[in-house]
Design a protein around this ligand. Structure first.
Ligand SMILES: [Zn+2]
Length: 314
């Protein structure tokens, strides 16, 4: 388009120049003619200039739209980075107080059961939930969206993928054995983004699944039912207080208190693993379940027990 316009400009210039080459003979008439010609020429140039300027602006806007066309751009204010999970994290204080998050398009990443919950685990905080996988199981994107990050993090997530969705959520899939997408790729809900695995800081094959809003983790169970594979509500009313309740000093204090109380009771709250014992055997002995045992100990269902290992009973 710019090329066509410049051709047109050249043509107009030539045409007016040629007209100038055959002026009327009398001086007076020539001056008047020349003045009107100049006015016309100036007007033409101005008109062309404004057309070209408008076109350039339009092209620039088009380019911007193309580069900035990422899901939930209005929420993230155009921020998009492939530099890891927290590259676009918005300070908690600046997260909006409430916003609706459309969860209707959710497809469970994998049909499986939870082996570790969101929450305090050992001395770290577990910002996602763990789902049992067999290495090679296809893992699907929870919603339609665009892949923001594909990385390998040896001491943490292992091979992981972060996808941003138009509802403002980002989902993270960790410990994959293989990544099947590339950064910037658009994916449909349920589309395979990688294969289940045991890479990174992981004690057995599982999918570490996180949901984040503006970079801040939220317990995925607030949105989804992992028994049915369906969203809890189609349109989730996100409120900062409810979504980030784990941050409150009250729950942190409770956690500290609970931990202190348990450890003060000493070894009575613990079980020392003997050779040949299984998690289900230990669970049965103390009237609890394998998943509860796994949860309080921060281990996966098929973690290998070693004789002498101390396990919290519940
Ligand atoms: Zn995990």
């Amino acid at each position: 388009m710019k090329y066509v316009l410049s051709l047109l400009a050249t043509f107009l210039f030539c045409a007016t120049t040629m007209a100038q080459m055959t002026p009327p003979r009398t001086n007076k008439k020539y001056t008047a003619y020349n003045e009107s010609l100049n006015k016309q020429k100036l007007a033409d140039i101005r008109r062309l200039d404004s057309i070209i300027a408008a076109k350039i602006q339009e092209d620039d806007l088009d380019d911007f739209a193309m580069e900035g066309d990422n899901p939930a751009d209005e929420i993230y204010e155009g921020a998009w980075s492939t530099e890891g999970v927290n590259a676009n994290r918005v300070d908690y204080a600046k997260v909006p107080d409430s916003v609706y998050i459309d969860c209707s398009g959710y497809v469970a990443p994998i049909e499986s059961y939870i082996t570790s919950e969101f929450g305090p685990r050992w001395r770290r905080y577990h910002y996602g939930i763990d789902l049992k996988v067999t290495i090679g199981d296809p893992v699907g994107s929870a919603f339609t969206g665009k892949v923001r990050v594909c990385r390998y993090d040896r001491g943490g997530y292992g091979s992981y993928v972060v996808v941003r969705h138009s509802n403002g959520l980002e989902t993270l899939y960790g410990h994959l054995s293989e990544i099947k997408v590339i950064e910037g790729q658009e994916v449909r809900a349920g589309q395979c983004i990688g294969l289940g695995g045991n890479t990174g800081r992981s004690t057995g094959p599982h999918l570490h699944f996180e949901t984040r809003f503006l970079g801040n983790p939220i317990n995925p169970k607030k949105f989804f039912n992992f028994d049915t594979g369906k969203p809890l509500v189609a349109n989730y009313l996100f409120t900062k207080e409810q979504a980030f309740d784990y941050r409150s000093s009250a729950s942190a204090a409770k956690y500290k208190k609970g931990k202190g109380k348990k450890s003060s009771k000493g070894s009575g709250r613990y079980h020392k693993v003997r050779s040949g014992e299984t998690l289900s055997g230990i669970a049965a002995r103390y009237g609890t379940t394998v998943s509860k045992l796994c949860k309080v100990n921060g281990i996966s269902r098929n973690a290998k027990l070693r004789p002498g290992q101390r396990l919290r009973r519940g």
